[in-house]
Write a protein that binds this ligand. Structure first.
Ligand code: ADP
Ligand code: MG
Length: 872
């Protein structure tokens, strides 16, 4: 029988190693102010060292709030170490010591060995999500390597009636050998042209929304190799191996074959084919011998195949196409001797894990890549496939495997020059290796901080402090005007789903006439000092999840201590660092709200993110609540509240069997915190209850950027406040704010984008749009027409003064040109007509490297800072 010609190609690998070999990444410093979130987007690196470091928090004592505390008798025997732990007891004990995470490893032997020998360098259990921090830090020559690996799946039939099939799946692997904990920003270009569809990013990646042809990835790379992204693409050029293959059985035990192939047609330099091999598999027959010589390359045989190496490692093929032919015959052993194809299968059982973070990565060197290809081929082409229609005549295909470097088939490229690293680090002379855990939740690095406090004129400081109680009162007044909130946000809700969901809850509360008697707000109003006018201008007022009261207070302490000790060398006086009681003040406000609620057995419930990384900031509030007020805090995610919570007929919120007096949100401010309906129904459940919410839905809405902009309109403040002097004080700190139905200002912003910031209705940093991106976005939205513009507000861009500072991050100190943003905390508590608290409650300075970014996306590099008051 004369067989039809077919060739079946599988598992072709085309690799492209692009290195951004950045010997000494330089500090990017320029005169323009920086953009992006000040630390809000950096909470990933917040934590403390378990060993004592300057701003480290001690490991929590077992008495800290725990949902299932250990009895004191048990603790006694534990301390003595006499009694072996039973598993439940051990869990309680660990949860007591680490109230912020779920213990991952409860094996007694492991725990004792960790206690005696510390944490080993063993890799993390692969089935667990990696922590965003590094378990230890890299030291040595710095470089970052990207490599993209594309696999073609192709079936070429050489038939008119069956179309060929070709597709590319690719992955970009990264290995960052960088000291400290830098942010890497990587613009991907050509996505649209190449029709690349990203199927997943590594969990450390924050990807901007793809615009036209560009998408920027920002990430803090973990150690070792990791897969940055997976993608799919159509194949934009013809396959590098094409041709003709024919096999006919001339007798029961003998076949004749012919190959006529063209290699690398249309592949110009820099594409190099480093390796190409054709395999003729005979899974059901055993090969006895073969005859014939190819025009190129070498031939060998195995029990079940003939292998033709056309191009082998070392002799690459580039810049030209070649023809290769191979006529020959193959003899098989008689069928009776044939066994099952066990040897074929046994090769394929070598599993290869694509997502490996291990050191033996495929892209490391050529030899292992070849092995990988072989494994991959064998894995992808198991004998069982032969029963499938694609290979209906069992022997009638050959498989081609190859490796080509120099480019990608999809066209996706990474330009090493476009890779930015913040902060850029020079190899420091002194370096302390931070070795800590490899167990998630235990390996910690310190929060980034500034070595010395930032200077600020005392008069400006006083002005900011005076504003706090006025803003506190304003939020309460505005929150009472339900119609104002609904009307002001009515357009935004059309185009912004998140705001719309919040308004929906708000509306439900209006419908049932929900009255909040006890109202608690914990705020932070952020400001920058505008250089040109020397005026304090507000950036925004945060009414939900205001972060860093805990760690901010510690940095003030640290600075005062340092200046006390070394200030004389620098002519600095410790008394000029204002006291900062943010954490105890916030705890006091929570405690007094709890007292107003007046149920002794009730708890404070902190709503946290499932993978909360800023827990050590929150820890301080829990600690004060417990130690100064005897109040227990429980920590719950929104989905836990949904599962464990209920509202009793009298309005009492019960979660996990406990009555909740105060719900304190440290999550719930971003759409990411509501991945499903579950979280929304938890939010609604809480809102319907009579527990004190910090914040209530209306307090939350008052903090939106749209309301900020509405309040800045003429005569609006007057609707809510009577005192003219106070109104004047507020208005003085308002920067220019506009809604986008103002065509004049949109036009100006398109002309001079550098003078504006475009803000969507989001919190948490990293969402604002600047510079050329701002121009592009406005132009596009304008063209699209409709209400899309209503999702944004425009703000005058503030330019603060830049100065030199020392920033410490990941144990490394960098000098840089920086700008600072002052946040003043405020606490407000009210029970019906009685104002219980209305005060300024400490501060937070955040300082970031001042660097401009033409493209509009900058990885903000900010650290915790405090204040040094100057006369002028
Ligand atoms: P978010 O709710 O995401 O924190 P912000 O309004 O605070 O949004 O903006 C995030 C960051 O962007 C700020 O911390 C600040 O560094 C910068 N920023 C915001 N508005 C301005 C502005 N008008 N001028 C200069 N920088 C700004
Ligand atoms: Mg902010």
């Amino acid at each position: 029988m004369h067989n039809r010609v077919m060739a079946f190609m599988v598992a072709h690998v085309i690799g492209d190693i692009i290195t951004g070999d950045i010997a000494e990444p330089e500090v990017i410093v320029s005169s323009g102010p920086s953009v992006g979130g000040l630390l809000d987007s950096l909470t990933g690196s917040i934590g403390i060292s378990a060993r004592s470091k300057p701003i480290a928090a001690p490991v929590a004592a077992p008495t800290a709030s725990v949902s299932s505390p250990v009895g004191s008798a048990q603790s006694e025997s534990l301390k003595g170490g006499v009694r072996p732990f039973d598993k439940d007891l051990l869990r309680n004990f660990i949860v007591g010591a680490m109230p912020f995470g779920t213990p991952q490893d409860l094996n007694y032997t492991n725990v004792t060995s960790i206690r005696t020998t510390g944490f080993s360098g063993d890799p993390l259990p692969t089935d667990q999500k990696q922590p965003a921090w590094k378990p230890y830090l890299y030291k040595g020559r710095q470089r970052i390597l990207f490599s993209s690996l594309e696999t073609i799946n192709a079936a070429l039939y050489d038939r008119d009636d069956v179309p060929d099939f070709l597709s590319v799946s690719g992955q970009v692997t990264c290995r960052a050998e960088l000291e400290g904990l830098p942010d890497v920003s990587l613009p991907l270009t050509g996505l649209k042209t190449a029709h690349v569809e990203v199927s997943s990013f590594h969990h450390c990646v924050q990807a901007s929304d793809p615009t036209d042809n560009k998408q920027t990835l920002i990430f803090q790379p973990p150690l070792g190799n990791f897969v940055l992204m997976h993608y799919q693409a159509p194949c934009n050029i013809a396959p590098p191996v094409k041709g003709f293959y024919q096999l006919s059985m001339v007798s029961e035990n003998e076949g004749a074959f012919l190959f006529k192939l063209t290699l690398m047609e249309g592949y110009k330099s820099p594409f190099i084919m480093e390796f190409c091999m054709i395999t003729m598999p005979f899974p059901r027959r055993r090969v006895a011998s073969y005859e014939g010589n190819p025009s190129l390359g070498t031939v060998s045989m195995t029990e079940h195949s003939i292998e033709w190496r056309i191009v082998s490692s070392g002799r690459g093929l580039s810049g030209r196409s070649i023809e290769a032919t191979f006529p020959g015959t193959v003899k098989f052993l008689p069928r009776t001797t044939q066994r099952t194809n066990s040897s074929f299968r046994s090769v394929s059982s070598t599993a290869y894990t694509e997502d490996s973070d291990s050191e033996q990565d495929n892209a490391k060197n050529g030899a292992s890549l070849d092995d990988y290809i072989m494994e991959k081929i064998n894995k992808d082409l198991q004998a069982v496939d032969l029963e499938e229609p694609l290979s209906w005549q069992a022997y009638n295909y050959a498989k081609v495997s190859f490796k080509i470097t120099g480019g990608t088939l999809s066209g996706l490229t990474i330009d090493p020059k476009s890779v930015n690293i913040y902060p850029s680090v020079k190899a420091p002379a002194e370096y302390t290796m931070q070795r800590s855990a490899t167990v998630p939740g235990v390996g910690l690095v310190h929060a980034p901080f500034s070595l010395l406090p930032a200077h600020l004129p005392e008069s400006i400081w006083r002005q900011a402090c005076e504003l706090a109680p006025i803003f506190n009162e304003l939020v309460d007044r505005v929150s009472r005007d339900e119609k104002f909130l609904q009307d002001s946000l009515s357009k935004t809700r059309q185009v912004d789903d998140f705001t719309s969901r919040l308004l929906e809850i708000h509306k439900k509360m209006m419908e049932i006439n929900k009255d909040e008697n006890i109202r608690l707000g914990l705020y932070r109003s952020d400001y920058m000092l505008d250089l040109e006018t020397n005026s304090l201008l507000q950036i925004e007022l945060n009414t939900i999840s205001t972060s860093f009261p805990g760690l901010g207070s510690l940095v003030s302490d640290l600075h005062r201590t340092l200046i006390n000790q070394y200030g004389h060398l620098l002519s600095l006086e410790p008394k000029r660092v204002p006291g900062n009681a943010a954490s105890s003040k916030f705890a006091e406000a929570l405690a007094r709200a709890w007292a107003e609620f007046n149920v002794d057995s009730a708890v404070v419930m902190m709503i946290v993110q499932p993978e909360e990384r800023n827990m050590y900031d929150q820890y301080w509030l829990t600690k004060y609540l417990r130690e100064s007020y005897g109040i227990t805090t429980i920590r719950k995610t929104l989905s836990q509240v949904e599962a464990e919570g209920q509202v009793l007929p009298d309005g009492t919120l019960l979660v996990d069997g406990k009555k909740v007096a105060v719900v304190y949100y440290r999550a719930g401010y971003t759409p990411n915190d509501y991945p499903s309906e579950t979280e929304w129904s938890a939010r609604l459940l809480i809102e319907q209850s009579c527990a004190v919410k910090c914040p209530s839905i209306s307090y939350h809405l008052v903090g939106t950027k749209k309301i900020q902009q509405e309040l800045a309109k003429p005569d609006v403040l007057e609707r809510f406040l009577e005192n003219k002097e106070e109104i004047a004080k507020l208005r003085k700190c308002f920067a220019g704010l506009w809604s986008l139905d103002n065509e004049e200002i949109v036009k100006t912003a398109i002309e001079k984008p550098e003078l504006f910031v475009l803000k969507p209705q989001r919190e948490g940093g990293g969402n604002n749009i600047y510079g050329l991106d701002l121009r592009e976005t406005l132009t596009r939205l304008q063209k699209e027409g409709g209400d899309a513009l209503a999702a944004y507000i425009l703000m005058q861009r503030i330019f603060p003064k830049a100065s030199l500072a020392y920033l410490v991050r990941g144990g490394i100190c960098h000098e840089g040109l920086v700008i600072s943003e002052l946040g003043v905390y405020g606490a407000y508590l009210r029970n019906k007509d009685k104002v219980v608290i209305n005060e300024q409650s400490g501060y937070l300075m955040r300082t970031k490297v001042s660097s401009s970014d033409e493209g509009g996306v900058a990885a903000g590099f900010a650290v915790l800072d405090s204040l040094y008051l100057t006369d002028k």
